[in-house]
Design a protein around this ligand. Structure first.
Ligand code: FE2
Length: 212
């Protein structure tokens, strides 16, 4: 198996969640306010993760990538794709809120349609980014610029880091787990992800184990 960047590991979690929303909405029991609230909680978590991933890429990843030779025009294209994703996220956010307010057949259909659009736009961007950046991350991973970038990404509170690690590990395949362990020291994963990832494991992971 070729090496995989942390970026691609995160993308794996994004793709899984979009698939989960798709399946959960297709199976949604009309009128079920409890299920709507569960999906609403999972949605808010996902919304925050994808929004942060893209804003952090712009602020933390683009400058060092440019320093190691990535064309700024390509990074500008990724920013434009991030904007398209943000617009689809905003529409889906409205649809998910409406679903929580009134879990009618119409709300479910509108949320499912918004998720389908979001999934299309997001997957196109993730595929494009991986095609262009995976070779760069693999080739340049030991440069001072990319190592410093990794440390910058690590500067988050334990709570944010813990829930993030719990999220990207939930449903990750063996290659993704191996790539994560190669990028993050075991004790950090065990302590931060183990202790501070409780909120994700208690509140969000179970949403995907019931009724979906
Ligand atoms: Fe991106």
């Amino acid at each position: 198996m070729a090496e995989m960047s942390m970026n691609r590991v995160i993308h794996g979690a994004v793709r899984r969640d979009l698939g989960r929303f798709d399946s959960a909405l297709a199976a949604f029991p009309e009128g079920d306010a409890k299920r709507a609230a569960q999906l609403g909680a999972a949605w808010r978590f996902f919304y925050e993760q994808l929004t942060r991933h893209h804003s952090d890429e712009h602020a933390i990843a683009w400058p060092p990538l440019q320093e190691v030779g990535v064309d700024p025009e390509l990074l500008a294209k990724f920013d434009a794709e991030h904007d398209l994703t943000a617009a689809a996220l905003a529409s889906t956010n409205d649809a998910m809120k409406a679903l929580e307010r009134a879990p009618t057949a119409d709300s479910v259909a509108a949320a499912a349609s918004a998720v389908t659009t979001l999934r299309t736009v997001t997957n196109q961007h993730l595929d494009h980014e991986e095609a262009e950046l995976e070779p760069v991350y693999a080739e340049k991973k030991d440069t001072p610029e990319i190592k410093a970038m990794g440390r910058e990404f690590g500067k988050v509170s334990p709570k944010v880091g813990g829930n993030f690690f719990a999220w990207i590990q939930n449903g990750a395949n063996d290659d993704e787990q191996a790539a994560l362990r190669a990028s993050v020291p075991g004790p950090v994963l065990a302590i931060i992800g183990g202790v501070f990832g409780r909120d994700y494991r208690r509140r969000i992971a179970p949403v995907w184990r019931t009724g979906a």
